[in-house]
Design a protein around this ligand. Structure first.
Ligand code: URP
Ligand code: ZN
Ligand code: ZN
Length: 474
């Protein structure tokens, strides 16, 4: 299959909306126009559908060793689930081993993905130690491998956490090589002390995971990360921002014109601390870091998305089955951190964002595809529907109704955090480089068809400016 013609759809990008046909040749969009009548190997009728760029999920953990176990989705099951949800590119996290450079991690994650991934993928690199060798490797990753972003942790002492000096040195490195630091911003020292204290008092239930990770610990770390980046003179990207405390730090920085960026995730928009109060051990399903917050934070996060203080919605997909969660049956600190979401991001954001009148269709595209691409060196190859871009598209059915459930989802995990929730709006057909990979719920792609994408270095192309209003067009 080399050519595909998508006819009669309404193209929706971050900025435009118009009726046109799209012609894709060898994976790349070569023509957009009205009434195109070219011969093509595959012709799709997109009447009544929105033709949007495929989703880009910049925060996933596939086949990730963590918390004494490994995340339940690998690059096969995880990317199939992503495709079913309308996501056509992801950026996963490769993890540096202690005492090693960055190349073994890079090669290891390439092996995990090769032969399995069904959508295109790229990597961030998690840096746990910054030796001279690692410093050199950071340059090589950016300049030669297209791995242009690095995640550092201010939490998880003994596992991932690095000190301020290491953070500052890594930030300075990105000033030289054009990479970007992504920060897990929670104060690990404070949290560790609170966790030990709780366990000493016999507070072992899942809800204590949340109660020992206060929003102030996230706000403090977010502010500190921004200050360190300001002193180093570089942009910074805060991952999985969960609460108003942390958002306030981002807002202050952006008011000052600093290139401080942040993503949030659907779980922080649609779930809350109340989920930890579910009966028995059910709260463990929601043990993730940062934890779910009191419900009132959701409104602040939505406002952040509307105004562009938050630029990206990713998933932090890190699934563990219930038997793995049970590692922490008697000690919440032993519950593997993370929850599934790679498949449900677009549907949730459409239903709870666009249909609910909180964001318009263009902002939707921007949050799930265009800004992620611009943030992480994938644009304009990915993140838009335009001549010269990859033919990664989702033909969106505004009326499609889905009941989110572990019984029907494609993620390899035995629960769905949104079990029973009915969402309206979903992908009818999903194309990756012009190839139909999901057709009305049926997977049509092949294992290993996904390609590694080298990313461009340089300042994020996402504006620092604030949006003052939005149009309701859904
Ligand atoms: O709980 C989470 N978020 N698990 C994945 C690891 C991380 O910090 O992103
Ligand atoms: Zn994290
Ligand atoms: Zn994560």
């Amino acid at each position: 299959m080399t050519t595909t013609l998508v006819k009669n759809g309404t193209i929706v990008t971050a900025s435009d909306r118009y009726d046109a046909d799209v012609y894709i040749d060898k994976g790349v969009i070569t023509l957009i126009g009205q009434g195109l009548n070219l011969p093509a190997d595959t012709v799709l009728d997109a009447s009544g559908k929105l033709v949007m760029p495929g989703g880009i999920d910049v925060h996933t953990h596939l086949d990730m060793p963590f918390g004494g176990t490994t995340s339940a989705d690998d690059f096969a099951s995880g990317t199939v689930a992503a495709a079913h949800g309308g996501t056509t590119t992801l950026i996963d996290f490769a993890i540096q081993d202690f005492g090693a450079g960055l190349y073994p991690a890079f090669e290891g994650w390439m092996k995990k993905a090769e032969g399995k991934a069904v959508i295109d993928y790229a990597f961030h690199m998690i840096v746990r130690e910054l030796s001279d060798q690692v410093s050199i490797d950071m340059d090589r990753m950016v300049r030669h491998e297209g791995v242009t972003s690095f995640k550092l942790f201010m939490a998880y002492p003994g596992v991932f956490m690095v000190d301020d000096a290491t953070i500052f040195k890594a930030l300075l490195k990105t000033r030289e090589n054009g990479g970007l630091i992504c920060m897990h911003a929670e104060n690990g020292g404070v949290i560790d002390t609170l966790v030990k204290d709780a366990l000493r008092k016999g507070q072992t239930a899942p809800k204590y995971h949340a109660l020992t990770r206060p929003t102030r610990a996230e706000g403090e770390a977010t502010g500190r990360a921004i200050a360190l980046a300001e002193m180093a003179g570089v942009p910074i990207y805060i991952v999985h921002l969960s609460c108003s405390d942390a958002l306030e730090k981002i807002k202050q920085a952006r008011d000052m014109g600093l290139p401080a960026y942040a993503e949030t995730c659907p779980q922080y928009l649609f779930l809350s601390y109340d989920d930890y109060e579910r009966p028995g051990f059910e709260g463990s399903k929601y043990v993730m870091s940062p934890p779910l917050r009191e419900k009132w934070n959701q409104e602040a996060l939505w406002k952040g998305l509307v105004k562009n203080d938050l630029q990206v919605v990713s998933t932090d997909h890190c699934p563990f089955c219930m038997n793995e969660k049970e590692l922490g049956k008697d000690d919440f600190a032993k519950i593997p951190n993370g929850a599934p979401g790679i498949e449900t991001r677009l549907m949730l954001l459409w239903d709870g964002g666009v249909r609910a009148g909180k964001i318009d269709v263009h902002r939707f595209v921007e949050l799930v595809s265009t800004s992620p691409a611009k943030m992480f060196g994938l644009w304009p190859r990915k993140g838009t529907v335009a001549v010269g871009s990859d033919g990664d598209m989702v033909l969106w059915d505004k009326d499609k109704e889905t009941t989110l459930s572990a019984a029907t989802h494609h993620m390899r995990v035995d629960y769905n955090p949104y079990e029973g929730r009915v969402v309206r709006g979903g992908p009818a057909v999903v194309l990756s480089r012009g190839e139909v990979i999901v057709d009305h719920g049926t997977f049509k792609g092949g294992a290993g068809r996904g390609q590694f994408v080298k990313r461009q270095a340089g300042r994020p192309l996402v504006p620092v400016g604030r949006r003052s209003s939005y149009e309701r067009t859904a």
